[in-house]
Design a protein around this ligand. Structure first.
Ligand SMILES: [Zn+2]
Length: 290
């Protein structure tokens, strides 16, 4: 376990390959070993490594194989520092900056960052409950002559926030091809509790969802009057997208990163959380990330 944001502490802790290997082995098999080839659960150590050999079929597995650390070219100490910088920087860190700080190629940093973002996609989110606002909006430059919900080249996003007193507790956001009920329904089902006190604007796409979410209320959105926390969050997201990533060719991974950072903003175990998600993610061929 590593707690906190102290870079010197971190570098001292993970200063050798074997320490990183041991950490990954614990993260991968902490709940028990299961052979990927035959499913057997008994194993033996392979001398001088943290690899494990299946006692039945003799298959040898390394701590990194089948995870997002698979075939990472740089030393693990560097990969660990990479994950530490990404997880603990408050607003995220560009592949150019990582390349400069870690003496790596920018493309290497770009693809490894993309892998990390994959782990920031929450597969089983905690359902939002209590007071919840939902709305959709566009990301991308304004297009003249295409007001309102008309799309143009902009990308449409639906976002949900859970509120408490004067602040936002958690948020989730997904890119959607359009704001029809068909697209909104799975988003609601994935992220919002049926008991939540949901508020949306008067958009007709939300209306049929009242059958599934009985506490859903619709009210006219008046600028600077209601949905204020929601609009503040949208402004934060847009400013963040402009500042860090400049362009949003692949929007969803950036939405995942933004919401992951926001939802974990007060958590001191960011490095551990991110590494354990990375260990659960399957290795991704680079061609699927471009
Ligand atoms: Zn086996």
């Amino acid at each position: 376990m590593f707690k906190g944001y102290d870079i010197l502490d971190f570098v001292r802790t993970y200063c050798e390959e074997s320490i990183c290997q041991e950490y990954l082995a614990n993260a991968k098999w902490g709940n028990g070993f299961r052979c990927v080839k035959c499913g057997n659960t008994s194993w033996s150590r392979v001398a001088e490594t943290y690899n494990r050999k299946c006692n039945k079929c003799k298959h040898i597995e390394s701590p990194t194989s089948g995870t997002l650390f698979h075939k990472v070219k740089s030393p693990l100490t560097k990969a660990f520092l990479f994950v530490f910088l990404v997880s603990t920087s408050k607003k995220g860190i560009s592949s150019y900056e990582l390349a400069r700080k870690l003496s790596l190629r920018q493309t290497t940093c770009y693809f490894f960052s993309r892998k990390i973002m994959k782990a920031m996609n929450i597969k089983e989110p905690k359902l939002l409950d209590g007071k919840v606002d939902v709305d959709e909006f566009f990301v991308g430059g304004p297009e003249t002559g295409k007001p309102g919900r008309s799309k143009g080249k902009k990308k449409q996003v639906v976002m949900v926030i859970q509120m408490k007193k004067k602040g936002i507790v958690r948020c989730y956001a997904n890119q959607i091809p359009s704001a029809g009920t068909k697209q909104l329904k799975p988003f609601f089902q994935k992220y919002i509790s049926k008991e939540a006190l949901i508020r949306t604007d008067k958009w007709r796409g939300y209306r049929p969802l009242k059958y599934l979410f009985p506490w859903l209320k619709q009210e006219v959105s008046v600028p600077k009057n209601n949905f204020r926390l929601f609009h503040r969050q949208v402004m934060m997201l847009k400013a963040w997208l402009r500042g860090i990533h400049h362009q949003a060719k692949h929007l969803q991974p950036y939405l995942d990163e933004f919401t992951w950072r926001f939802n974990n903003r007060n958590n001191p175990n960011l490095f551990d959380i991110l590494i354990s998600s990375m260990m659960k993610e399957k290795a991704t061929p680079i061609k699927l990330l471009t």
